[in-house]
Design a protein around this ligand. Structure first.
Ligand code: XIL
Length: 388
């Protein structure tokens, strides 16, 4: 297998060879997409050339979600994370099911490991997530515990936030609370938490988290707000209503997460809807984090890998042109860094639109080599033009 490092070295040689051919070399490079890609990856990508450094030069923090096990067991991947990330978040290890195997047990081993890794490497860490409709353990749903849900909820948030108090950059306190199809007040999702506690569970989560960790930036995180269509417009309206209501009642909230699971090959565009949404959040005095960026390629019709890569890269560029334009945006994380670990390939393949084609949604391929998407991200960071 060609490792990431010797691939980069080979790319350098290929690029040097083309350069020595002068203009004929550049013609060749334009003609052969794969060769052009090799020349592209020959560029330096570490230190001042990393995503982390380019983001920091342009006023925000770049990082990624990671599966903690992959950092623990794969030194090459750990090195990639160190090289590229200024912030990390565990994809699942801080969710209820992972932390709470039973009512009396907390398992902090994996998030503790990631925090140590982040601290040793001068990275920040986010927490994800204290409250979500998924990852609700069966034991808490059991009849005998239901009467105590509110207290179990408060205790959980208190214990978890206290453990990491002063150490996390931010917490996704409530995740994905809006789901208009459930036809509840305020477009709220009929989650287990909602059914048990009513709409107040959101406020309760924020107040409890703030009491336990007054320093972390407390974040409301949600999806489905990115494109200019009616469905996303409704979700944006409902989330803004929720935020206004929380602000009005002095609920401690500092930031809004835009998940940014975007799709390539769509007719819908990123534009005014997203820009206005971010601006409305800024006007409330809140920060914005793009928390889970990746590009789903299932709607791309072409079977040609080079064309698909170019469309994926352009999707990143188009999205970030709008999403990074507002100075309220202070952090951007991809949902994992390498295609080897993307959640879009989880589960049975027949659930996917293109089951024969594993998703390649991230800046690094499954052998940790940078792809066009990496360069699209980095160029978008540099192209960031802040409107005031
Ligand atoms: C995903 C994880 O990546 C998967 O490993 C897990 O099985 C399910 O959850 N929105 C979120 C994240 O807020 O928590 C989800 O993470 C992806 C969608």
């Amino acid at each position: 297998m060609l490792t990431r490092r010797n691939f980069i070295a080979k790319g350098t040689i290929a690029a040097a060879g083309l350069a020595s051919l002068g203009s004929a070399g550049s013609l060749l490079a334009n003609a052969a997409k794969s060769v052009q890609n090799q020349a592209h990856v020959s560029q330096e990508i570490s230190g001042p050339h990393s995503l982390r450094a380019h983001a920091s030069h342009n006023g925000f923090i770049f990082g990624s979600a990671v599966i903690v096990r992959s950092v623990q067991s794969d030194p090459e991947f750990a090195a990639l994370v160190r090289e590229q990330c200024g912030i990390v978040v565990p994809t699942g290890e801080l969710k209820w099911k992972a932390l709470r195997p039973s009512r009396d047990q907390y398992d902090f081993s994996r998030p503790d490991y990631l925090l140590g890794f982040a601290q040793r490497n001068r990275m920040l860490m986010r927490g994800h997530t204290l409250c979500w409709h998924e990852s609700v353990p069966d034991w808490i749903k059991a009849e005998e515990n239901r009467a105590n849900t509110r207290q179990l909820f408060i205790d959980h948030i208190t214990v978890v936030c206290k453990r990491y108090a002063g150490k996390f950059h931010s917490w996704d306190v409530v995740n994905e609370a809006i789901f208009p199809k459930d036809a509840q007040i305020g477009g709220l999702r009929k989650s287990f938490w909602f059914e048990q506690m009513g709409p107040e569970y959101i406020e309760l989560a924020f107040r409890t988290a703030h009491a336990a960790d007054p320093q972390a930036r407390l974040t409301y995180n949600d999806y489905g707000v990115e494109v200019d269509n009616e469905e996303d417009a409704e979700r944006r309206r409902l989330i803004l209503d929720l935020l206004h209501d929380l602000r009005k009642r002095n609920v401690p909230i500092d930031a809004v997460g835009i998940q940014s699971h975007v799709k390539a090959g769509q007719t819908e565009t990123f534009g005014k809807g997203l820009a206005d949404y971010i601006e409305s959040i800024r006007q409330m005095g809140l920060e914005v984090y793009l928390t889970e960026l990746d590009v789903n390629e299932d709607d791309i019709a072409s079977a040609d890998p080079a064309q698909r890569d170019a469309i994926i890269a352009k999707t990143y560029t188009d999205y970030l042109r709008v999403a990074l334009a507002n100075p309220a945006v202070k952090a951007l994380l991809t949902w994992d860094l390498s295609d080897r670990f993307t959640w879009l390939n989880d589960g049975p393949t027949h659930h996917r639109k293109q089951p024969d084609r594993p998703q390649r949604s991230l800046p690094f391929d499954s052998d940790y080599r940078p792809k066009e998407a990496f360069f699209a991200l980095r160029d978008s960071f540099d192209a960031r033009k802040l409107h005031s």
